[in-house]
Design a protein around this ligand. Structure first.
Ligand SMILES: C[S@@+](CC[C@H](N)C(=O)[O-])C[C@H]1O[C@@H](n2cnc3c(N)ncnc32)[C@H](O)[C@@H]1O
Length: 468
C-alpha cells in the first residue's frame, strides 16, 4: 500500500520553463509529496520510472539531482543496484531532454500536469524520444510501465488516463509533434532561454557545438597516479583486463566505455582516480616543487589536491567552506595514501590563517559550473541568470583575500569550470589590474571538446605571479 507521504519539497525559486500555451502558463505547483514508498517491484521499469520522476520533481523545485536521487534511494530499503542504476540513467536522460519533453507535454496535455505527473511524463518521453539507436527500451514497455507507475502513486493515479493518452499520441504522431516543438529553442537545445542567449553572446561561433556537447554523455576519464605507475603501464593493465582505453592527456586515460569504479583495475589501491582531462591540467600548471607550502583554497572533493600531491612532496593545506564536502577530500587522500592538512573555513576570510605566506595557491573558485553540464545536466535547470554575477562577486572576494596570502614570487592559479566570461576572463583581467599581478602563460578558456585524442569539460585557467 502506498502511504500518504508527508515531507514537503523545499519550495525554492520558480524554475525556468519552456514557452507554454496559455493553459500551461500558470505557476507549477510545488510537489507536496516526496516520500517515495511503493508496492512496485524493484525489477520493474515502473519502479525506476517512478523513482526517477520523484527525483526530477525535486530538481524542478531547486534540489540538485544527486541529492534528489539520494533522497529517493534513502526511502527505498528494498532497492537493488540495478534499479538504482536505472533510476540514475532515466533521470539523467530526462534532464538532458527536459526542454523538449516539457514542450511536448505542453502541446499534448489538456492542462498543465501536477509536478510529479509532469516529471513522470518527462522520464517516459526521454526514453521514447531518446536519440540513442536502438532506444533503451521498447516503446510499448515504456508506455505500459509509465501507466503502471502512474497508477501506483497517490499523486499520479488520477492522471493515469491522461498519461496513457499523451504517450500513445506521441507514438502515433512522433515526427509531427517533434517538428512542432523543435521550433522552440528551449525544446531544440534543452537549456533555459537565458542560457542559450548567454552562450550565443559569449561564443557567437561556437555556441551550438557548446550546447550540443553539454547534452552528450560524458566519458569516464582516469588520472594515473604518477607515484604508482605510468600511463603506458596502466594502459597495458587495462588491456589485460579487457578494458579498451586511450591516452588523452599527460596523465589522462579515457575508457572506451564507462564502468563502475569497483571494476577499474587498481582503483581501490590508489593507482588511478576519476578526473576530467581538462581538470588534470591544474596541478602541472601550478608548478609545485618539493617542500613548497601550498594552499588549495576551494579543495573539495579533492581531485586537484590529490593530483598536486601525486606530483610533489609538498606541504598542502586543503581548505573548503563546506565541511561535509571537505570530508571527501580526506577519503580521497586516504585511498591514495597522501597527506594534507584539512581546514573547514571560508576563503574570503583570514581568521583561519597562520600568517605564513604560501608559495603556491590554487583558487578553483565556486562558479555556475556551466562548463560541466554534460556531467551535471541538472545544473542548467537549477541556475538562474543572476547567479553568474553573484558568483563572480564571491570569487572576486576570494581571489583578493588569497592574494595577500601569497609569498613574493609565488604563483596563484585561478580556475573555474564556467563558460561565462564574467566569471572567468573578465574576472582574471580585472584581478590582474587590481593587484598588478603578472599574468603567466595558461590555457585561458577551454571550451568543452570531444573527438580523437581529446575529451574534456569547459574550464578556465589563469596563472598569476606576485612580484618578488
Ligand atoms: C569547483 S569546486 C572545487 C573542486 C575541487 N578543487 C576539485 O578539484 O575537486 C568549488 C568548491 O568551493 C567551495 N567553496 C564555495 N565557497 C567557498 C568559500 N567561500 N570558501 C572556501 N570554499 C568555498 C565549495 O564547497 C566547493 O567544494
Amino acid at each position: 500500500m502506498n502511504k500518504r507521504p508527508t515531507l514537503s519539497l523545499k519550495s525554492a525559486a520558480k524554475p525556468a520553463a519552456p514557452k507554454m500555451r496559455a493553459s500551461h502558463a500558470r505557476e507549477l505547483k510545488p510537489a507536496l509529496q516526496t516520500n517515495f514508498q511503493t508496492s512496485l517491484k524493484p525489477d520493474a521499469l515502473a519502479y525506476s520510472l517512478m523513482g526517477a520522476a520523484n527525483a526530477i520533481a525535486q530538481v524542478r523545485t531547486g534540489t540538485n539531482l544527486p541529492l534528489a536521487l539520494g533522497h529517493v534511494w534513502g526511502r527505498l530499503p528494498e532497492i537493488t543496484p540495478q534499479a538504482r542504476g536505472a533510476m540514475q540513467d532515466i533521470s539523467y536522460r530526462a534532464m538532458r531532454q527536459l526542454g523538449q519533453s516539457e514542450a511536448l507535454v505542453s502541446l499534448m496535455a489538456p492542462k498543465a500536469p501536477e509536478p510529479l505527473v509532469s516529471a513522470l511524463l518527462s522520464c517516459a518521453l526521454a526514453l521514447l524520444a531518446s536519440p540513442d539507436e536502438p532506444r533503451p527500451y521498447e516503446d510499448f514497455t515504456v508506455v505500459d510501465q509509465t501507466v503502471t507507475a502512474a497508477e501506483s502513486h497517490p499523486d499520479t493515479a488520477r492522471a493515469k488516463g491522461m498519461v496513457n493518452a499523451v504517450l500513445r499520441r506521441f507514438l502515433r504522431e512522433r515526427q509531427a509533434l517533434l517538428d512542432a516543438v523543435l521550433l522552440q529553442p528551449v525544446a531544440k537545445w534543452n537549456y533555459p532561454q537565458w542560457w542559450i542567449d548567454a552562450a550565443k553572446t559569449a561564443w557567437p561561433q561556437q555556441w551550438q557545438a557548446i550546447l550540443a556537447s553539454g547534452n552528450s554523455a560524458p566519458p569516464l576519464t582516469l588520472r594515473v597516479n604518477a607515484r604508482h605507475t605510468t600511463v603506458e603501464q596502466y594502459l597495458a593493465k587495462l588491456a589485460a583486463a579487457g578494458i579498451g582505453a586511450s591516452q588523452i592527456g599527460p596523465y589522462a586515460v579515457r575508457l572506451d566505455k564507462a564502468v563502475g569504479v569497483q571494476l577499474i583495475p587498481g582503483f581501490a589501491d590508489g593507482e588511478v582516480s576519476v578526473q576530467d582531462a581538462g581538470a588534470q591540467l591544474a596541478a602541472p600548471l601550478l608548478d609545485v616543487q618539493n617542500g613548497m607550502r601550498v594552499l588549495d583554497a576551494c579543495a573539495a572533493p579533492g581531485g586537484k589536491t590529490c593530483h598536486i600531491l601525486e606530483l610533489a612532496d609538498a606541504d598542502v593545506t586543503a581548505l573548503d567552506a563546506d565541511a561535509k564536502r571537505l570530508a571527501r577530500v580526506g577519503e580521497n587522500l586516504q585511498r591514495l595514501q597522501l597527506k594534507a592538512s584539512l581546514q573547514a573555513a571560508d576563503a574570503q576570510n583570514k581568521d583561519w590563517w597562520d600568517g605564513q605566506q604560501y608559495d603556491r595557491i590554487l583558487a578553483d573558485v565556486p562558479c555556475t559550473a556551466s562548463g560541466i553540464v554534460r556531467r551535471h545536466p541538472d545544473i542548467r535547470w537549477l541556475r538562474r541568470k543572476a547567479d553568474t554575477l553573484q558568483l563572480a562577486t564571491l570569487s572576486g572576494k576570494i581571489l583578493d583575500n588569497l592574494w595577500q596570502m601569497l609569498a613574493p614570487g609565488g604563483k596563484l592559479l585561478f580556475v573555474t569550470c564556467s563558460l561565462w566570461p564574467q566569471e572567468s576572463e573578465a574576472q582574471a583581467a580585472a584581478f590582474a589590474v587590481r593587484h598588478q599581478a603578472v599574468r603567466l602563460d595558461a590555457p585561458g578558456q577551454l571550451l568543452p571538446a570531444g573527438g580523437s585524442g581529446q575529451d574534456h569539460d569547459g574550464l578556465f585557467y589563469a596563472l598569476f605571479q606576485k612580484n618578488a
